[in-house]
Design a protein around this ligand. Structure first.
Ligand code: FMN
Length: 157
């Protein structure tokens, strides 16, 4: 799986993230980023699954995944979609072991952003060659929650 070189030139290997030691190791099959607005966090909480949240700030050590996982991430778009992938996610995926264990992506966003709706998930899916499994708005509807629960069950069997 290629490094996210186009997003961030920094490549790190297990044991040495750019900020130093890893914050913690996780065997969770669901890993997500959510900013202070917590929309994605609220969606993930409704799934009722074990899930690991990436650190809020890039200055914090990132997580180290030890099992295959699905990544849930919101888009924070800049000009023409540049900067769409949160830097906290780039830092996490620049760890080779994390990238190698990524199996699928779920995107969060807001349709008001038009063409860049959930763009970050598209970018990660293309760069890491994993499927984009689902997209939802803000904290998701109850239908979204049901579909993702069923979809994840199917995906892991
Ligand atoms: C500055 C800013 C830029 C955003 N850009 C996009 C965008 O380009 N595409 C999109 O789908 N959503 C965009 N959003 C919406 C967020 O992805 C959405 O609010 C999401 O639920 C935030 O998740 P979080 O609260 O877990 O961080 C943007 C939100 C903000 C505040």
């Amino acid at each position: 799986m290629p490094a996210l070189a186009a997003l961030d030139a920094t490549e790190s290997t297990a044991g040495s993230s750019p900020a130093g030691e890893y914050g913690s190791v996780t065997g969770s099959s669901l890993i997500y980023f959510s900013s202070v607005s917590d929309n994605t966090h609220r969606f993930v909480a409704k799934l009722g699954r074990d899930a690991a949240r990436l650190p809020l700030y890039t200055s914090e050590p990132t997580l180290l995944a030890t099992r295959p996982f699905v990544l849930v991430l919101p888009t924070y778009g800049g000009e023409k979609g540049q900067g769409a992938v949160p830097r906290q996610v780039i830092k996490f995926l620049n760890v080779a072991q994390n990238r190698s264990l990524l199996r699928g992506v779920i995107g969060a966003g807001n349709t008001n952003f038009g063409e860049t709706y959930c763009l970050a998930a598209d970018i990660i899916a293309a760069k890491c060659q994993v499927p984009l499994l689902y997209r939802f708005e803000l904290m998701g509807t109850s239908d979204d929650v049901d579909r993702v629960i069923q979809g994840l069950d199917k995906f892991w069997t």
